[in-house]
Design a protein. Structure first.
Length: 266
């Protein structure tokens, strides 16, 4: 599905004080995306209809459905009349374990844990990230400065979150956008995995708050540093502390706060 399908033009009435005029605007497209593993539906997420192959890879990896990208044996993006189906084939032992998790078929663009029925599933086991070389604060600032110019869909619609991967010098390597912040991060994780980039070699940036599920996905990805433009939650900080993830939040105008493992930022 083409990138241009991520938004469409609408006609609107623009009101200013007592005047009214007809105008046009670009609005983000939102479609149901069904994730189907080995011919069985797992979840339906509301998402932007772009970079969906990346989404299939990233969701599958960040949710712990498989352990490596090589376990996605086949993936197809299948447009439907009312949305898109992502048909994914994984090893049978992975599929059997997945179907036991009993995740519901409906999710929302703003919720990364919709459909999870047990607390143990929400707080799933995660690895402890290894110690890595520090990243200069100037590199984080450089990446943050460069990011808005790469948010092309948000520029046109004002409705999309972004997730980006930057190297240790602050150069943006990959940027992905979506109406849902979790989806944007999944798309980034999938794109990075497909490109063969080592997650531990840089930093993840997100244009949203830093919630627990964003931390979970970043840890599962294997990146040691998560930078968010908005606030972290208490559980996000606790999880990051426990798994050796550095959180930098309120990251704007070359300033940020370090909430966990500050030694990683030089």
């Amino acid at each position: 599905m083409s990138e241009q399908r991520a938004y469409r033009q609408v006609t609107l009435a623009r009101v200013h004080q007592h005047s009214r005029a007809q105008a046009h605007d670009q609005v983000a497209t939102e479609v149901p995306v069904a994730l189907v593993y080995n011919c069985q539906s797992h979840a339906v997420m509301m998402a932007s209809p772009c970079h969906l192959l990346d989404f299939a890879y990233g969701f599958t990896l960040s949710e712990g459905i498989v352990e490596s990208a090589s376990e996605l044996l086949h993936t197809a993006v299948l447009p439907q009349s009312q949305g898109v189906t992502l048909a994914i084939t994984i090893p049978e032992h992975r599929a059997s374990r997945l179907h036991e998790r009993s995740r519901s078929l409906e999710g929302r663009s703003g919720c990364g844990l919709c459909g999870i029925q047990e607390m143990a599933q929400a707080l799933r086991p995660l690895p402890t990230l290894p110690e890595t070389a520090g990243i200069p604060a100037r590199a984080i600032a450089a990446a943050l400065t460069a990011l808005p110019a790469q948010q092309l869909l948000n520029r046109d619609t004002g409705a999309l979150h972004a997730a980006a991967f930057a190297d240790r010098e602050g150069a943006l390597r990959i940027v992905r956008e979506d109406i849902g912040r979790h989806n944007a991060l999944d798309k980034l994780i999938g794109a990075t995995a497909r490109a063969g980039i080592n997650a531990s070699s840089g930093v993840v940036l997100v244009t949203s708050r830093c919630s627990m599920e964003m931390v979970q996905k970043t840890i599962a990805f294997g990146c040691p540093l998560l930078v968010a433009v908005s606030a972290p939650t208490s559980l996000a900080i606790e999880l990051a502390q426990a798994h050796n993830l550095t959180i930098a939040a309120f990251a704007r105008n070359e300033r940020f706060n370090l909430y966990s493992h500050p030694q990683r930022v030089l």
